[in-house]
Write a protein of this length. Structure first.
Length: 163
């Protein structure tokens, strides 16, 4: 617990931010994703280019997605992110063509770009609104540690599911 955030309302928000951090990295699909792409007939090289394309797209969209979040609101940006993920997974599931897989990967990249900075901005906005900006590093550190714990658990559970 962070003593300066001892009020029940602040503790509830810290729990919510931490829970999101923990759950956002529960990516049980990742080990299966490679198998699915291999089953669709892609070579390891093609999969590498597909993943590289996703990473380039995410990096190119980071700043524009932040600007859009500032203009349209954080919640709307998060909703757009999750809708983009859903559309991406639908395309991955339905189509086998390389062009469709690149379109799906672009949608996934949009989801990632719109999600990554929005959570952090929501935390900082909350702290600023409650005159707790001096706690930015500590609060973000707590939520980040929950995120890392979630990643570690995800790896263990994904491995158990795969084998």
């Amino acid at each position: 617990m962070i003593p300066e955030m001892a009020s029940p309302a602040h503790q509830a928000m810290l729990r919510r931010f931490s829970l999101y951090g923990f759950l956002k990295n529960q990516r049980y699909f990742e080990p299966f994703f490679m198998l699915i792409l291999l089953e669709k007939g892609l070579s390891f090289t093609a999969i590498g280019f597909l993943i590289g394309f996703r990473e380039v797209c995410i990096n190119l969209m980071e700043v524009p997605s932040g600007a859009m979040a500032d203009r349209t609101g954080r919640r709307r940006t998060m909703m757009l992110s999750f809708l983009s993920y859903i559309a991406s997974f639908a395309l991955f599931g339905i189509f086998d063509s390389l062009a469709a897989l690149y379109a799906a990967m672009l949608l996934f990249a949009i989801g990632e770009a719109f999600r990554t900075g929005t959570h952090k901005a929501m935390i900082f906005d909350y702290l600023a609104a409650h005159d707790l900006s001096s706690l930015k590093t500590r609060v973000y550190g707590v939520t980040r540690s929950w995120s890392k714990n979630g990643s570690a658990l995800s790896v263990v559970l994904s491995t158990a599911l795969l084998f």
